[in-house]
Ligand binder design. Structure first.
Ligand code: UD1
Length: 394
């Protein structure tokens, strides 16, 4: 059985690493004819060293067999260019299955191409729904799930979403959250890291030791923002920056790994210098997986608009202010036992919840099947599907 899996952007890399290890483990005890043949395609949506290659190296992902070199562009440009290049690959390699992960433009583009080429499609992280069609990721999820033959879901609400959309029961497999496989696999290495060294090696500007001493382990306010709803409007971004500099940074060291898009916007809106001049704000390059996990472990709280970080905060118990009005990951919310609270982008709301979470304890929580063994269940489901027999449903 020949499997071709696809990655394109940063959040895909931690989802594919455990899957590749599980394919290898499956093959370890099998003769050639029973072994899985695997090819990895990188579309190149993310291409900076720090957004892409660094993750391959630290997560032990082998070099992609095929690199499409798509790069930046509008959504239509990214999706269109990916489909054109990916079609050539599918026609040349004729896989039995195409495996896509997550919800980025590469996921959607390759799903459409897979089905137009009549190749079976499996989606890892199926069924997440924010019901917010202003998010490009939601469109990518809907298209991908509508086309997938095997929908591998991370939690029960996601399976229920698919049922409600009329997906046949036998195509839905609850396998758990593959991101947590990576977290558990990398955790021992990350536990040995020192958070001040993480800050130092990723800093964007010079740091003297007196400043670095302020970055006290366990007391960090870690910030990550990249969504257009938070970073594309000057007045809004300016209010957020003022809140971080004038309020949060007076109490806690603020550590902010910068997405390239956010840095561009801060510079364009004249906000970069305000941040850089604040002695208790630490601006970092986009950080690697291990370094981000270390920052999370040493966070007093997280302020983020990332989906993956909500999940990692849930398992680590880091109080998380999610700067969005909705989430496709409800199991991570406080009302469902998780660590995250939706605060939108209204500063009054963010301030109130910020005050509240400073009083909250770290409460790690592990939703069902977030046990570090999701990738093995995925390989089993693919093999069972290929053999045309049922695997037990959850
Ligand atoms: C993408 C994903 C989003 C994910 C995020 C994580 C989609 C629709 N969005 O958003 O789900 O949470 O990645 O990072 O696929 N850029 C660089 N170097 C890079 C990559 C991007 O400089 O390696 C800059 C480019 O100017 C680009 C901008 O960042 O235009 C945005 O990149 P893009 O891939 O369009 O989307 P993200 O905002 O990163």
């Amino acid at each position: 059985m020949k499997i071709l899996s696809v990655v394109g952007a940063r959040p895909n890399f931690m989802k594919i690493a455990p899957f590749l290890r599980a394919v290898e483990a499956y093959n370890a005890n099998r003769r050639d004819e029973a072994a899985l043949e695997h090819l990895l395609v990188h579309t190149g949506q993310h291409y900076d060293e720090r957004m892409s290659q660094a993750f391959f190296e630290e997560l032990g992902i082998p070099q992609a067999d095929i690199h499409l070199g798509i790069g930046s562009g509008s959504h239509a440009e990214q999706v269109g260019r990916t489909m054109i290049e990916f079609e050539k690959v599918v026609r040349a390699r004729r896989p039995d299955w195409i495996v896509v992960v997550g919800d980025v433009n590469a996921t959607c583009a390759c799903s459409i191409t897979a089905k137009k080429e009549c190749v079976r499609l499996a989606h890892i992280e199926a069924g997440l729904r924010s019901r917010d069609l202003t998010m490009p990721e939601e469109i990518n999820r809907l298209v991908t799930d509508r086309l997938s033959d095997l929908l591998l879901t991370p939690d029960r609400p996601s399976s229920d979403n698919l049922r409600a959309e009329g997906v046949a029961e036998e195509r839905i497999k609850l396998v758990g959250n593959i991101m947590i496989d990576t977290l558990e696999h990398e955790r021992p290495r990350v536990e040995r890291l020192d958070v001040r060294e993480v800050i130092c090696r990723n800093r964007l500007a010079a740091l003297d030791s007196e400043r670095l001493d302020r970055a006290e382990p366990g007391r960090l306010a870690v910030v990550t923002l990249h969504r257009p709803s938070n970073v594309d409007e000057a007045a809004h971004l300016s209010r957020l920056v003022t809140f971080l500099v004038d309020e949060v940074a007076r109490e806690l060291p603020v550590v902010w790994p910068m997405h390239p898009r956010t840095r561009n916007q801060l510079e364009a809106f004249g906000l970069w210098n305000t941040l850089a001049a604040s002695p208790n704000v630490f601006l970092l390059h986009p950080v690697g997986y291990h370094d981000m996990l270390r920052l999370n472990m040493d966070a007093r709280l997280m302020l983020t608009d990332s989906g993956g970080l909500q999940e990692e905060c849930c398992v680590l118990g880091t109080p998380c202010l999610t700067l969005r009005n909705n989430t496709e990951r409800p199991v991570t919310l406080r009302e469902h036992g998780g660590a995250s609270v939706l605060v939108g982008n209204d500063v009054a709301r963010i301030r109130a919840e910020y005050r509240a979470v400073l009083l909250a304890d770290r409460r790690p929580r592990r939703p069902e099947f977030w046990d570090g063994r999701t990738a093995g269940r995925i390989v089993d489901a693919l093999v069972a599907e290929e053999r045309g027999r049922q695997v037990p449903h959850s």
